[in-house]
Design a protein around this ligand. Structure first.
Ligand code: APR
Length: 361
């Protein structure tokens, strides 16, 4: 099941359990600990008093009282002393113990703050990496939805892990601007199937659209005919041509995906977990050859299968999508594929830092 990044106040989240970054006394404090106690009301402190404290790396569960969450899982993160005193193991243990408690309690949704990354001084990028890795590993064998609640700008968590993605984005945007078609029919090409003839408004046969898209996407004056502008595409009479077209139609997304999973020697479970997609959605895709996933889901599978850019475009086209340099999210995906970054969680960190839709379900 998915691990999702959200920017929110954890006390407002309507999930089965929220995790508190507490101190060993469990008697409240500042930061997220203070916020949770304030929102939950005095009954939370009263129950915490009965718990006898909590050791670093361990976790204890209480009710949520006035919080929208049913439970609070209190865990005590390590104080950062430079990284050579077992801080990482203790921090991993906070996430594992908390998740074990949540699973034992029958929780389906859990929200974590970034433990130890505030008062306890754990560097945010490191704290984020440990959290994401530990939770993702736990989710390989457990069906939970976990939210990692980020309270600051995500750029604080990314560190220098993505090289100069910004210059790639700037160049891609600049190139897209230069390539913007200049003929009067052209509009931003996003959904080839949805382009109608600008003059008659009738739907045209896909191979004409493809040809037209080439024409419009190219640098129009260079490829445009010298005499009069080509009619974008000839209308195909219906009847026999439609029949031919239907026979030539590409495989649907579902068949193409299942074929690629086999080709890559993956199991279905490996693939949808790597894609950060939940089991229910995958079975819908699997059982319906005509199922059209969202663009973010289609991209998530392309990354999980570690497809190249052309292979990604081909898989996306089976769901009627394409990566376009007119969209920042698509440019980021292109950057990641080019940089060999196929881990959906890592790509989500980058998308999240640019306030773009996340991948997976
Ligand atoms: N929702 C989500 N995240 C929050 C919230 C909130 N309402 N408030 C703070 N955070 C974030 C911080 O930005 C930080 O990234 O939670 C992360 C953890 O910060 P702290 O709350 O300072 O926790 P921690 O670093 O683990 O220190 C624990 O601080 O509050 C005391 O009693 C607590 O002594 C303990 C120590």
């Amino acid at each position: 099941m998915p691990l999702l990044l959200v920017r929110n106040d954890i006390t407002k989240m309507t999930v089965d359990a929220i995790v508190n970054a507490a101190n060993p006394s469990l008697l409240g404090g500042g930061g997220v600990d203070g916020a949770i106690h304030r929102a939950a009301g005095p009954e939370l402190l009263a129950e915490c008093r009965t718990l006898g404290g909590c050791r670093t790396g361990e976790a204890k569960l209480t009710k949520g009282y006035r919080l929208p969450a049913r439970y609070v899982i209190h865990t005590v993160g390590p104080v950062w002393h430079g990284g050579k005193f077992g801080e990482e193991q203790l921090l991993r243990s906070c996430y594992v113990r908390s998740l074990e408690l949540a699973a034992a309690q029958g929780c389906e949704t859990v929200a974590f703050p970034l433990i130890s990354s505030g008062v306890y001084g754990y560097p945010k990028a490191e704290a984020f990496r440990v959290a994401a890795e530990t939770v993702a590993r736990f989710l390989e064998n457990h069906e939970l939805t976990v939210y990692l609640v980020l309270f600051d700008r995500v750029s604080a968590y990314l560190g220098d892990r993505f090289g100069d993605v910004q210059s790639f984005i700037d160049d891609a945007y600049a190139e897209a601007e230069l390539k913007k078609p200049r003929n009067q029919y052209a509009s931003r090409i996003e959904e080839p199937r949805d382009i109608l003839a600008a003059d008659t408004g009738e739907l045209y046969a896909p191979e004409d659209l493809a040809e037209a898209c080439q024409y419009m996407a190219a640098d129009a004056p260079a490829s445009a005919p010298k005499e009069k502008p080509l009619p974008l595409f000839q209308k195909k009479e219906q009847g026999k041509d439609l029949e031919n077209l239907l026979r030539q139609m590409d495989k649907g997304f579902s068949d193409t995906l299942l074929q690629l999973i086999d080709q890559k020697g993956m199991t279905d479970v490996q693939c949808y977990k790597k894609a950060n997609v939940d089991r229910k959605l995958f079975s819908k895709i699997r059982s319906d050859p005509h199922y059209r996933p969202s663009k973010t889901t289609a991209i998530a599978f392309a990354l999980a299968l570690e497809l190249s850019l052309p292979e990604t475009q081909q898989l996306l086209s089976r769901a009627g999508f394409t990566l376009s340099r007119s969209y920042l999210s698509d440019i980021i995906i292109e950057y990641c594929i080019g940089a060999g970054i196929h881990d959906v969680l890592t790509v989500n960190e980058l998308l999240f830092s640019y306030d773009q839709p996340l991948l997976g379900s």
